[in-house]
Design a binder for this molecule. Structure first.
Ligand SMILES: Nc1ncnc2c1ncn2[C@@H]1O[C@H](COP(=O)(O)OP(=O)(O)O)[C@@H](O)[C@H]1O
Ligand SMILES: [Mg+2]
Length: 250
């Protein structure tokens, strides 16, 4: 692990019109590390993901990428820093093709007239979906015609393609079947091997224990603790999530 974390969060606090969504949150994620963020509905997980992605601004606190303080005011700014997000609620353009979705906002063009270089975008998309084993009929398929699992595959392929630092995944397999989930998990393992930092929100503790290096627990906006995955078990994590057993903070 390098000395400077890919992502550092310090004293992150968020309230929405006086309602506290995140009390105080601290976390470092190293390159090549998978951190799982777990907690019940309303714990603040998605809020935290959106804060890191620049969709929400923290009420107070500090975000650093590779040691450098950042203040994102929208998602395009975090993308420019190599951060990609796969959201719980899919964010794809339904009436567009798979390849246009992969290049949304970064379309390739040819020559000086800005004509879309469809051939090259299609070829790159085909290679990417083949490499990731995302099973879709064609790079030219319209998103609307795909199954939920196939759409999520496209969203993950897009994130994988553009991420250079950090991938945030908010319940990426919540709507998927067993085989699709296994493919997504192997993609996440591949991202880790590429030395990206990964934060995954998941309700599946089996998945969390398969994928993560550390587990961070939120309960109603409070950071309950962080555990090394190899040094904890499901019982402890469940008790931290539910609060049915006292757990010490970090
Ligand atoms: N845009 C928003 N405006 C007001 N309250 C919000 C907003 N987004 C989230 N919240 C509140 O913040 C809390 C945490 O929500 P969320 O981050 O979605 O939880 P989780 O993803 O862990 O289920 C909830 O009480 C939710 O109602
Ligand atoms: Mg959520």
């Amino acid at each position: 692990m390098s000395a400077v974390p890919a992502l550092s969060l310090r004293n992150i606090h968020k309230n929405f019109d006086g309602i506290i969504a995140i009390e105080t949150f601290d976390l470092d994620i190293a390159r090549g590390e998978v951190v799982a963020l777990v907690g019940d509905n309303g714990a603040g997980k998605s809020t935290l993901v959106k804060i890191i992605a620049g969709m929400y601004q923290p009420t107070s606190g500090e975000i650093r990428l590779d040691g450098e303080a950042v203040h994102f005011t929208d998602a395009s700014q975090s993308q420019a820093k190599g951060i990609q997000v796969v959201y719980q609620d899919l964010a794809l353009a339904d009436s567009q093709t798979v390849y246009m979705n992969l290049f949304l906002g970064r379309e390739k063009t040819t020559g000086s007239f800005g004509k879309l270089d469809r051939r090259s975008m299609i070829a790159e998309t085909e290679k990417l979906v083949r490499d990731l084993d995302v099973r879709i009929p064609s790079a030219k398929s319209i998103i609307r015609s795909l199954s939920g699992g196939q759409r999520q595959g496209v969203a993950i392929a897009r994130a994988t393609h553009w991420a250079t630092n950090l991938v945030l995944m908010d319940e990426p397999t919540a709507a998927l079947g067993v085989a699709e989930t296994a493919r997504v998990e192997s993609i996440i393992t591949g991202l880790k091997a590429r030395n990206l930092a990964i934060l995954i929100v998941s309700h599946s503790l089996d998945q969390v224990f398969r994928l993560s290096d550390r587990i961070c627990v939120l309960r109603r906006g409070k950071q309950i603790g962080i555990r090394k995955t190899g040094e904890t078990d499901k019982n402890e994590i469940v008790s931290m999530i539910t609060g049915l057993q006292a757990a010490t903070r970090i």
